[in-house]
Design a protein around this ligand. Structure first.
Ligand SMILES: Cc1cc2nc3c(=O)[nH]c(=O)nc-3n(C[C@H](O)[C@H](O)[C@H](O)COP(=O)(O)OP(=O)(O)OC[C@H]3O[C@@H](n4cnc5c(N)ncnc54)[C@H](O)[C@@H]3O)c2cc1C
Length: 467
């Protein structure tokens, strides 16, 4: 039997939207085949489509809407939020924390701290080095309320976008919009600019842009660190959970847990149970971590998820016995999927040298986070650096911007900008650029960069001197 591989999956995903689907078959001559055809709903139009309502898609949608663009924000889950909500990645780390992300953190601080002590200390560069965490539901409520305030955004939940509407022009594919399956019917959504904020780069791949996956190998982009050979290894997956004390005398059985680290409360950095002055009785755990052989492939993800459970179940039982209840994230956390090759590829050389290209639309001061990959300490030194606008523009494609962790950078460079404050800044810049292109009826490649940068500065996306 032919194995159903990733290419078949991509073809099938693309095919579903462009062809009629037939359900049912003729069992014998006496019975008629039943043919069910998906009907179509009238097309929708917007100035900007954002696919994915996570840490990068939400700021993208809000920024575009605040520029006056009519935005349709499409999310496959039943609530917005992305990884902080559906994977419980609810800890703030890295920075700087600027723009719309900062608005979100201020709201969280004011209304949702676990310790009950609001903090407005953003520290130097907008990143005070302190790691705070919030309940995933707090993120969801916060971003839902922020989105509800924006009159130019239509939020569509429970819709997976798995097809793009393409027109070929010369050597480029022009993305005209997306096709969705809504209430059992097909619907086309058209917009001059679509933003892929899926975190998976799926729309980038479907649009025909070159895809990067796994470790690039040093030679590919002239890097001096990381794996010499190219392979398909991506950062490992981690299934996160929250534990909550149910009895006053309960003590975290740290030494008996198989799984990884945890965070105490929203005031402190990483802790080990016996060093902690525990105040809240509620803890965020980096649960089980596994290798997923292909984070694009649903079957490989299924296998990794089952592998994760093998570690988690004994830990959950240990915690239950010790007097803790466990809230397991609805989804296993996937750190890395596709990266879509764009007009600029961010490399570890940019991190080492602290480069700020002229079209820098966001910063990262997070540094290298190779997650278990063996990089000698001396080679890990990095400087804050800029994210150029060109890294959001996919090669060979028009009408599409990539936002979030799937932008164009090498495997190792991505480890330094994939965290939430930074993908949020990237999203905000993508939304602003998309609105400018759409409202001025020009290509995302032809917008005036100076105007974009000025607008981002006015939106508080660049560091002020005193920060
Ligand atoms: C285990 C783990 C720990 C991490 N730890 C931290 C940390 O401590 N601090 C930190 O800042 N960052 C951390 N990160 C990284 C951070 O969470 C992500 O990089 C960040 O969430 C990326 O944001 P994003 O918007 O690009 O993607 P996502 O958060 O993945 O959001 C993408 C959204 O798009 C939706 N979507 C996807 N495909 C489709 C589709 N086809 N149609 C419609 N909707 C779609 C998804 O449902 C989701 O809501 C961690 C990540 C993991 C996995």
């Amino acid at each position: 039997m032919k194995k159903f591989n990733r290419k078949d999956f991509i073809k099938a995903a693309a095919g579903i939207v462009s062809s009629t689907i037939y359900i049912g078959c003729s069992l014998d001559g006496s019975r008629q085949s039943k043919i069910s055809t998906l009907h179509s709903l009238p097309k929708l139009e917007a100035d900007v489509i954002v696919v994915g309502a996570g840490p990068s898609g939400i700021p993208a949608a809000i920024a575009a809407a605040r520029q006056g663009a009519k935005v349709i924000l499409v999310e496959q889950d039943l609530s917005p939020g992305g990884a902080p909500v559906n994977m419980f990645v609810s800890m703030l780390c890295g920075g700087p924390r600027l723009g719309i992300y900062r608005e979100m953190v201020q709201y969280l601080n004011a209304h949702h701290t676990i310790s009950g002590k609001p903090k407005d200390d953003f520290g130097e560069g907008g990143a005070n080095g302190k790691n705070h965490w919030y309940l995933p539901s707090s993120f969801m409520m916060t971003v839902s309320q922020m989105l509800a305030k924006e009159k130019n955004i239509s939020l569509m939940l429970d819709i997976e976008a798995n097809g793009v509407i393409l027109e070929e022009k010369g050597s480029k594919n022009i993305v005209k919009g997306i096709r969705i399956n809504r209430m059992g019917a097909l619907q086309d959504i058209y917009a001059p600019v679509t933003i892929d904020a899926t975190g998976t780069g799926l729309l980038g791949e479907l649009s025909g842009a070159p895809v990067m996956y796994g470790r690039d190998g040093r030679e590919a982009f002239g890097e001096t660190i990381g794996s010499v050979q190219k392979d398909e290894k991506v950062q490992r997956c981690t299934w996160m959970y929250v534990s909550q004390k149910l009895r006053d005398d309960a003590v975290l059985p740290w030494d008996d847990l198989i799984s990884d680290g945890m965070v105490e409360d929203d005031l402190s950095t990483w802790v080990k149970a016996h060093h902690v002055d525990r105040k809240t009785g509620i803890y965020l755990h980096w649960g089980a971590t596994v290798i997923c052989h292909d984070t694009r492939d649903p079957i490989a993800i299924g296998q990794a998820q089952q592998e994760c459970l093998k570690t988690l179940v004994p830990d959950i039982q240990t915690l239950n016995k010790a007097g803790f209840q466990i809230h397991l994230a609805p989804k296993m956390g996937i750190r890395e999927v596709r990266r879509i090759r764009g007009e600029y590829v961010i490399t570890t050389n940019d991190m080492r040298d602290g480069t700020y290209p002229n079209d820098t639309i966001a910063y990262t001061s997070y540094g290298l986070d190779p997650w278990g990959e063996d990089i000698p300490e001396a080679e890990r030194k990095t400087l804050p650096h800029g994210i150029p606008y060109r890294s959001l523009i996919p090669l060979n494609v028009e009408g599409l911007l990539i936002a979030g962790k799937a932008i164009s950078g090498t495997h190792l460079a991505a480890s330094g900008y994939r965290v939430q404050p930074i993908v949020a800044s990237i999203g905000q810049a993508a939304g602003t650029a998309a609105a400018m292109a759409s409202l001025n009826k020009t290509s995302v490649r032809n917008i005036e960069i100076k105007k974009l940068l000025k607008s981002l500065e006015e939106q508080g996306l660049f560091l002020k001197k005193e920060e």
